[in-house]
Design a protein around this ligand. Sequence first.
Ligand code: FES
Length: 278
Amino acid sequence: MSVYPIDRAFLDRHRRRITRIYERRSECVDTVSLYIPDGLATDSTPGQFLMVWIPGVDEIPLSISYVDDGIVGVTVRGIGEATRTLCSLQPGDTIGVRGPLGRGFTIRGGKSLIVGGGIGVAPLRYLVYKLLDVGGDVYVIFGFRDRSHMIFVEEMNRLSSKGLIEFYVATEDGSYGFKATAYDLASSAIDEGVDMVYVCGPEALTRKILMLCLERDIPMEASVEGYMRCGMGICGSCVRGIYLVCRDGPVFDRSKLVEIGEIGLRRRGASGIMEPLL
Ligand code: FES
């Protein structure tokens, strides 16, 4: 297990910065992207996250979904009090941020397969642009419940129409793209041969792709969730196996995912008790 160096950069990242929302975009029926000016978070790696403070409500971890020209975006699905409140905020409203925190995805060239499901596609959107920056072939597969829950599909379609990526969508009900799961499409792509697989989505998806990558000996990284409170490696609430998600993750490579063992099977909840995921 690694430790953080407590230096000036650490203190700067963990100091809460009060800022105002610059732009708000509705992505689908229950999901919103919020954009804020933040110089520190623009120097981030896809897969890293921000602790976002909603005044008077809570502080929650959110993956960075966009970075450009001093503006940072996070994407949030409104499923609880804090996330619904965040979704309701408007340009000019005040929030606080700490970060960028944690370890992100490794950026490398070659033939990359990006597989995302649901709100898990948020950090992968940022990853797509970073991989395009270093060249190589980028294949993107997003899976959603149905058409009304799709996010970033138009944006990926635009990149695809310019020949920058290959992009496929799976919906469970067949209302858009393939009537399939993201795993179905990903397994076909893996069969054709890829150099690296990146995953973020439901843990059942991560687990199935992990098994496939182990079988085919393909490098893989996945972003996983933990129940976060401090976001700085102190409280221990985000522990998965021998790792702290906020400090050692949220992105883990194939060998660490195997070491964690419980991926897709169980996770510690808010009470600290292990809860089954199946
Ligand atoms: S959230 Fe406190 S140790 Fe990770």
